[in-house]
Design a protein around this ligand. Structure first.
Ligand code: PRP
Ligand code: URA
Length: 212
Protein backbone atom coordinates (compact mmCIF):
# COMPACT_ATOMS: atom_id res chain seq x y z
CA UNK A 1 0.00 0.00 0.00
CA UNK A 2 1.10 3.58 -0.74
CA UNK A 3 2.12 5.83 2.16
CA UNK A 4 -0.50 8.43 3.04
CA UNK A 5 0.16 11.54 5.13
CA UNK A 6 -3.25 11.18 6.80
CA UNK A 7 -2.86 7.52 7.87
CA UNK A 8 -1.32 6.24 11.12
CA UNK A 9 -0.87 2.47 11.41
CA UNK A 10 0.01 1.53 14.99
CA UNK A 11 3.03 -0.66 15.26
CA UNK A 12 3.21 -1.31 18.97
CA UNK A 13 3.94 -4.65 20.66
CA UNK A 14 1.19 -4.22 23.28
CA UNK A 15 -1.42 -3.55 20.61
CA UNK A 16 -0.09 -6.40 18.42
CA UNK A 17 -0.38 -8.75 21.41
CA UNK A 18 -4.02 -7.83 22.03
CA UNK A 19 -4.88 -8.12 18.34
CA UNK A 20 -3.44 -11.64 18.23
CA UNK A 21 -5.90 -12.69 20.98
CA UNK A 22 -8.74 -10.79 19.29
CA UNK A 23 -8.24 -12.73 16.04
CA UNK A 24 -8.27 -16.14 17.74
CA UNK A 25 -11.53 -17.93 16.94
CA UNK A 26 -11.49 -19.42 20.47
CA UNK A 27 -11.62 -15.98 22.16
CA UNK A 28 -14.91 -15.60 24.06
CA UNK A 29 -17.42 -12.80 23.46
CA UNK A 30 -16.59 -11.30 26.87
CA UNK A 31 -12.85 -11.25 26.20
CA UNK A 32 -13.41 -9.98 22.65
CA UNK A 33 -15.47 -7.06 23.97
CA UNK A 34 -12.85 -6.22 26.60
CA UNK A 35 -10.00 -6.34 24.08
CA UNK A 36 -11.80 -4.05 21.62
CA UNK A 37 -12.22 -1.52 24.43
CA UNK A 38 -8.60 -1.80 25.59
CA UNK A 39 -7.16 -1.44 22.07
CA UNK A 40 -9.40 1.57 21.48
CA UNK A 41 -8.14 3.22 24.68
CA UNK A 42 -4.52 2.71 23.61
CA UNK A 43 -5.30 4.23 20.20
CA UNK A 44 -7.20 7.15 21.72
CA UNK A 45 -4.15 8.15 23.75
CA UNK A 46 -2.30 8.84 20.48
CA UNK A 47 -5.21 10.06 18.42
CA UNK A 48 -6.28 12.69 20.97
CA UNK A 49 -2.84 14.16 21.51
CA UNK A 50 -4.19 17.40 19.99
CA UNK A 51 -7.42 17.28 22.06
CA UNK A 52 -8.86 20.71 22.80
CA UNK A 53 -7.75 22.00 26.22
CA UNK A 54 -8.55 24.98 28.42
CA UNK A 55 -6.66 26.65 31.21
CA UNK A 56 -7.83 26.07 34.75
CA UNK A 57 -6.62 27.44 38.09
CA UNK A 58 -5.82 24.63 40.51
CA UNK A 59 -5.06 25.20 44.20
CA UNK A 60 -2.54 22.69 45.52
CA UNK A 61 -1.87 22.51 49.29
CA UNK A 62 1.03 24.94 48.62
CA UNK A 63 -0.05 27.42 45.95
CA UNK A 64 -2.32 28.11 43.02
CA UNK A 65 -1.16 27.17 39.53
CA UNK A 66 -2.54 27.29 35.98
CA UNK A 67 -3.14 23.88 34.44
CA UNK A 68 -4.37 22.64 31.05
CA UNK A 69 -7.35 20.33 31.21
CA UNK A 70 -9.31 18.79 28.34
CA UNK A 71 -12.25 20.90 27.23
CA UNK A 72 -15.53 19.35 28.37
CA UNK A 73 -17.96 18.31 25.67
CA UNK A 74 -15.55 19.12 22.83
CA UNK A 75 -15.52 15.61 21.32
CA UNK A 76 -18.30 13.57 19.73
CA UNK A 77 -17.86 9.83 19.21
CA UNK A 78 -19.76 8.45 16.21
CA UNK A 79 -19.83 4.64 16.18
CA UNK A 80 -20.93 2.98 12.95
CA UNK A 81 -23.46 0.38 14.16
CA UNK A 82 -23.23 -2.23 15.18
CA UNK A 83 -19.57 -3.04 15.63
CA UNK A 84 -18.47 0.55 16.27
CA UNK A 85 -20.44 0.46 19.52
CA UNK A 86 -17.75 -1.82 20.96
CA UNK A 87 -15.21 1.03 20.77
CA UNK A 88 -17.22 3.75 22.56
CA UNK A 89 -16.32 2.83 26.15
CA UNK A 90 -12.66 2.63 25.21
CA UNK A 91 -12.76 6.37 24.41
CA UNK A 92 -15.06 7.29 27.30
CA UNK A 93 -12.48 5.93 29.75
CA UNK A 94 -10.15 8.78 28.71
CA UNK A 95 -12.72 11.36 27.65
CA UNK A 96 -15.87 10.86 29.75
CA UNK A 97 -17.65 14.03 28.62
CA UNK A 98 -17.69 12.98 24.94
CA UNK A 99 -21.21 12.92 23.47
CA UNK A 100 -22.22 10.01 21.23
CA UNK A 101 -23.94 10.10 17.84
CA UNK A 102 -25.00 6.91 16.06
CA UNK A 103 -24.93 6.00 12.39
CA UNK A 104 -26.49 2.62 11.59
CA UNK A 105 -25.16 0.90 8.46
CA UNK A 106 -24.99 -2.63 7.18
CA UNK A 107 -23.28 -3.94 4.08
CA UNK A 108 -25.39 -5.48 1.37
CA UNK A 109 -23.86 -8.97 1.21
CA UNK A 110 -24.12 -9.12 -2.62
CA UNK A 111 -22.90 -5.68 -3.65
CA UNK A 112 -20.90 -4.88 -0.45
CA UNK A 113 -22.43 -1.38 -0.68
CA UNK A 114 -23.32 0.18 2.71
CA UNK A 115 -27.00 0.81 3.49
CA UNK A 116 -27.82 3.45 6.10
CA UNK A 117 -30.75 2.57 8.40
CA UNK A 118 -30.31 4.99 11.32
CA UNK A 119 -28.73 8.35 12.10
CA UNK A 120 -28.97 10.37 15.31
CA UNK A 121 -26.30 12.97 16.02
CA UNK A 122 -25.89 15.42 18.93
CA UNK A 123 -26.86 19.07 18.43
CA UNK A 124 -23.84 21.26 17.71
CA UNK A 125 -21.71 18.39 16.34
CA UNK A 126 -20.45 20.75 13.60
CA UNK A 127 -18.26 22.59 16.13
CA UNK A 128 -16.75 19.46 17.74
CA UNK A 129 -13.91 17.08 17.08
CA UNK A 130 -15.74 14.06 15.65
CA UNK A 131 -14.27 10.56 16.13
CA UNK A 132 -15.86 8.07 13.74
CA UNK A 133 -15.23 4.55 15.04
CA UNK A 134 -15.61 1.13 13.45
CA UNK A 135 -13.31 -1.82 14.17
CA UNK A 136 -13.30 -3.03 10.54
CA UNK A 137 -12.22 -0.97 7.53
CA UNK A 138 -12.77 -3.48 4.73
CA UNK A 139 -13.79 -2.00 1.34
CA UNK A 140 -14.00 1.37 3.11
CA UNK A 141 -17.54 1.97 1.81
CA UNK A 142 -19.19 2.34 5.23
CA UNK A 143 -16.55 4.72 6.62
CA UNK A 144 -16.47 6.84 3.43
CA UNK A 145 -20.27 7.22 3.39
CA UNK A 146 -20.54 7.95 7.13
CA UNK A 147 -17.87 10.67 6.86
CA UNK A 148 -19.44 12.11 3.68
CA UNK A 149 -22.71 12.46 5.60
CA UNK A 150 -21.00 14.18 8.54
CA UNK A 151 -19.30 16.62 6.15
CA UNK A 152 -22.59 17.29 4.35
CA UNK A 153 -24.11 18.55 7.61
CA UNK A 154 -21.11 20.80 8.31
CA UNK A 155 -18.61 18.77 10.39
CA UNK A 156 -15.09 19.98 9.66
CA UNK A 157 -12.83 18.25 12.18
CA UNK A 158 -13.18 14.48 11.73
CA UNK A 159 -10.90 11.55 12.59
CA UNK A 160 -11.46 7.85 11.93
CA UNK A 161 -10.38 5.07 14.31
CA UNK A 162 -10.45 1.44 13.22
CA UNK A 163 -8.83 -1.68 14.60
CA UNK A 164 -8.18 -3.75 11.48
CA UNK A 165 -7.75 -2.21 8.04
CA UNK A 166 -7.51 -3.84 4.62
CA UNK A 167 -5.21 -2.02 2.19
CA UNK A 168 -8.21 -1.52 -0.15
CA UNK A 169 -10.26 0.23 2.55
CA UNK A 170 -7.44 2.31 4.00
CA UNK A 171 -6.45 3.61 0.52
CA UNK A 172 -10.04 4.36 -0.43
CA UNK A 173 -10.73 6.27 2.79
CA UNK A 174 -7.39 8.14 2.66
CA UNK A 175 -8.00 9.22 -0.95
CA UNK A 176 -11.71 10.02 -0.63
CA UNK A 177 -11.23 12.07 2.55
CA UNK A 178 -7.63 13.40 2.55
CA UNK A 179 -8.56 15.92 5.27
CA UNK A 180 -9.53 13.14 7.73
CA UNK A 181 -6.81 11.59 9.90
CA UNK A 182 -7.13 7.81 9.90
CA UNK A 183 -5.85 5.65 12.77
CA UNK A 184 -5.75 1.89 12.28
CA UNK A 185 -4.20 -0.55 14.76
CA UNK A 186 -3.02 -2.98 12.14
CA UNK A 187 -2.97 -3.35 8.37
CA UNK A 188 -4.00 -6.78 7.12
CA UNK A 189 -3.20 -8.54 3.84
CA UNK A 190 -6.29 -8.20 1.63
CA UNK A 191 -10.03 -8.83 1.23
CA UNK A 192 -11.50 -12.16 0.22
CA UNK A 193 -14.17 -12.54 -2.49
CA UNK A 194 -16.92 -11.82 0.10
CA UNK A 195 -15.29 -8.58 1.26
CA UNK A 196 -13.92 -10.05 4.50
CA UNK A 197 -10.52 -8.97 5.74
CA UNK A 198 -7.74 -11.62 5.70
CA UNK A 199 -6.49 -12.82 8.11
CA UNK A 200 -8.93 -10.52 9.95
CA UNK A 201 -11.08 -11.68 12.82
CA UNK A 202 -14.33 -12.65 11.09
CA UNK A 203 -17.52 -10.65 11.57
CA UNK A 204 -16.77 -8.06 14.26
CA UNK A 205 -20.46 -7.38 15.06
CA UNK A 206 -21.24 -11.07 15.55
CA UNK A 207 -18.15 -11.62 17.71
CA UNK A 208 -18.89 -8.56 19.87
CA UNK A 209 -22.53 -9.30 20.43
CA UNK A 210 -22.52 -13.12 20.21
CA UNK A 211 -25.08 -13.20 17.41
CA UNK A 212 -23.55 -16.21 15.60
C1 PRP B 1 -19.06 -4.32 9.18
C2 PRP B 1 -18.13 -3.40 9.93
C3 PRP B 1 -18.15 -2.15 9.11
C4 PRP B 1 -18.31 -2.69 7.72
C5 PRP B 1 -16.95 -2.62 7.07
O1 PRP B 1 -20.37 -4.04 9.45
O2 PRP B 1 -18.47 -3.19 11.27
O3 PRP B 1 -19.22 -1.27 9.43
O4 PRP B 1 -18.74 -4.05 7.83
O5 PRP B 1 -17.05 -2.96 5.75
P1 PRP B 1 -16.75 -1.95 4.56
O6 PRP B 1 -15.47 -1.25 4.90
O7 PRP B 1 -16.60 -2.88 3.39
O8 PRP B 1 -17.91 -1.02 4.41
P2 PRP B 1 -21.58 -4.99 8.99
O9 PRP B 1 -22.12 -4.57 7.67
O10 PRP B 1 -21.13 -6.42 9.09
O11 PRP B 1 -22.70 -4.65 10.06
P3 PRP B 1 -22.75 -5.01 11.62
O12 PRP B 1 -21.68 -4.17 12.31
O13 PRP B 1 -24.12 -4.63 12.01
O14 PRP B 1 -22.48 -6.48 11.79
N1 URA C 1 -16.88 -6.57 8.40
C1 URA C 1 -16.45 -7.43 9.36
O1 URA C 1 -17.03 -7.50 10.44
N2 URA C 1 -15.37 -8.18 9.09
C2 URA C 1 -14.71 -8.12 7.93
O2 URA C 1 -13.71 -8.84 7.75
C3 URA C 1 -15.17 -7.22 6.94
C4 URA C 1 -16.26 -6.45 7.22
Amino acid sequence: MKNYDNVVIFDHPLIRHKIAILRDEKTSTKEFRELVEEITTLMTYECLKDAPTVEKEVKTPLETCTQHVVKDNSVVIVPILRAGLGMVNGIHVLFPSARVGHIGMYRNEETLEPQTYYCKLPDGIQEKLVLVVDPMLATGGSACDAIAHLKSIGCKNIKFLGIIGAPEGVSRLAETHPDVNIYVSTLDRCLNERGYILPGLGDAGDRLFGTK
